[in-house]
Structure formats: C-alpha cells, structure tokens
Write a protein of this length. Structure first.
Length: 246
C-alpha cells in the first residue's frame, strides 16, 4: 500500500494524536462487528434490538445469553497487530489519547494505557437496579445472576442505546478531539452518536483526519486521507513505514 508522504511526515512530527476505534479493529481477533451480518443463533437479532434497557426488561435471560455468547468470543480472542501498533504509538507521541467504542478490553490487553473505554467493558457487570459495579453475582439457577445487595438482575457494564455516556469519559474524549493535530478513525461505521461526532469535532478544530477502514463510511468523504484495508495490516504498515527498523 502506497502511503502519502505528507501523512508520514505529520505522524512523525505530531505531538498530539487522538485515535477513535470501533469494532473493525477487533474483527481480525475474531470478534464479530455490529453492522456486518451476525452469525448462527444470533443472526435472527439485530444488535440494536438487544443492546437496550427495554429489551433487558422484556427478556433479561435472552439479552444476558447474547452477552455470554459475546464474552466467550472475547475470552478466546487475543489482541491483533492493530491493537499492538496503537500501544506502541502511545509511547511515540507525548499527547496521545485512544478513545474506543469497543467493550472487549483488547486495547488494554495490548498495553494501551491512555485509553477511554467510551461504551464500557463487557467483562464487568453492574446491578440493573442500583447501577453499582458487582464483582460476584448470586446464581439462583435462573440467568442473569442477581445483585448480592438488592437481589436485582445483573447486566453488563456497557452503554446501551438511549443511555448517557460517562461524563468524565466524554470530557476527556472531547478535549482530545479538540486539541489534537492528527485524528485517526479506525474500524468504525461512524453510525453511532456521540462517538461519531468526535472526528468531526477534530476536523472543525483544524486537525488532519485520517480514516483506516475496510469499507467506505460517512467520514471517508471528509477525511484528508483514507487508508483502505484491514486495520491489522494497515496500522503496522503505517508505523513501520514512519519509523523503519523499530
Ligand atoms: C474493518 C475491518 C477490519 C470491518 N479493518 N475496518 C444524534 C443523532 C441520531 C441519533 C442519536 C444522536 N444522539 C444519540 C442518538 C441515539 C443513539 C444513536 O447514535 N443511534 C444511531 C444508531 C442513530 N445513541 C445513543 O443512544 C447513545 N446515548 C446517548 O446519546 O444518550 C443521550 C442521553 C443523554 C442523557 C441522558 C440519557 C441519554 C448511546 C450509544 C451506545 C452505543 N452502544 C453500542 C452497544 C455497546 C454495548 C455492546 O457492545 O453491546 O455500542 S451499539 C454498538 O455500535 C456498540 C458500538 O460501540 C457502536 C459502534 O459500532 P462500530 O464500532 O462502529 O461497529 P460497526 O459494526 O458499526 O462498524 C464496523 C466498521 O469496521 C465498519 O465500517 C466495517 O467496514 C469496518 N471493518 N472489519 C478495518 N478488519
């Protein structure tokens, strides 16, 4: 893949880089994306119909089962070269922020620390009634497990449709988008708000916007450069070309 020389120059010199990732970056770790067709049992459901509080109230066992299925995939997965490349980039850039919409925890497992998990983490649970994080639920034989304090059902500690995102996470992401020189948007359809807004905030604030995605998205047309292909190939290639021999 031919990389624009100007982009390599900007990447080498930038002191503030912000990255937004989506499900596409974990696709090469074997984790299904949201808007590509689902597999097997779950192909009957759209994620939008399961990732919300109404669905959980209606059928908590069904929604819990979907998350258990996804947790199995996460447990079996390993960070791929794209996750590892971003963990390396964090050490090269003084002002680095990685904002992820992913709940799979693979960025942290790859070594990323300047990380905002905007939509939570699928391996954590919280009480549906109280909202507090619960380490160990009570198994009464009927999924989902229950809160040891109030007996309410546990749910994954993720952000569902119609729910507010953590204020501190939003403030950190917004600041990073406003202040960066280079914004990389990787493996997201840019269909879900407010995350999809951050690349545009960066653009409006004068940053160079670069998209890395297998397919076209609404951001492709407004990006300064588009690197088309799987993130697990494109990102290591980008870093190895910018800093050869490292
Ligand atoms: C590759 C690749 C490879 C494949 N290499 N690329 C403004 C306008 C319109 C609507 C709204 C709005 N503001 C809010 C809304 C409503 C809603 C929303 O955005 N709806 C849209 C669908 C229209 N937003 C919300 O409800 C949010 N809450 C909110 O705004 O609250 C307001 C509020 C304030 C105060 C009080 C109360 C409320 C919350 C959104 C939460 C999203 N949650 C989910 C589920 C998380 C939990 C879980 O995992 O189950 O987050 S939905 C799902 O979508 C998940 C993802 O993080 C998110 C984004 O998906 P992503 O990552 O982009 O994946 P895909 O599959 O869409 O795309 C993959 C991409 O990768 C594709 O482009 C492929 O081509 C590419 N790809 N392989 C590179 N190898």
């Amino acid at each position: 893949m031919q990389l624009p020389p100007q982009l390599l120059d900007i990447l080498r010199k930038a002191s503030r880089v912000t990255v937004l990732t989506g499900a596409g970056i974990s696709a090469d770790s074997g984790i299904p994306t949201f808007r590509d067709p689902q597999h097997g049992l779950w192909s009957r459901f759209r994620p939008e119909d399961l990732a919300n509080a109404e669905a959980f109230k209606r059928d908590p066992a069904l929604v819990w089962g979907w998350y258990e299925w996804r947790r199995e995939a996460v447990r079996a997965a390993e960070p791929n070269p794209a996750h590892l490349a971003l963990a390396t980039l964090e050490h090269r850039v003084p002002g680095f922020t990685l904002i992820t919409q992913n709940v799979d925890g693979l960025h942290a497992r790859a070594g990323s620390r300047k990380l905002v998990e905007l939509h939570g983490n699928i391996m954590r649970n919280k009480c549906f009634a109280e909202g507090t994080v619960v380490e160990q639920g009570v198994d009464d034989g009927e999924p989902p497990p229950k809160c040891p304090r109030c007996g309410g059902p546990l749910r994954p500690d993720v952000v569902w449709f119609g729910e507010a995102l953590d204020e501190q996470h939003m403030a950190t992401a917004d600041k990073a988008a406003r202040e960066c020189e280079l914004f990389l948007v990787i493996g997201t359809s840019a269909a879900v708000m407010p995350a999809a807004h951050f690349p545009r905030v960066a653009l409006q604030s004068g940053a160079v916007l670069v998209e890395i995605n297998r397919d076209e998205t609404p951001l492709s047309a407004v990006s300064h450069a588009v690197l088309r292909g799987p993130a697990a190939l494109v990102l290591p290639h980008l870093l190895n070309t910018a800093w050869p021999g490292n």
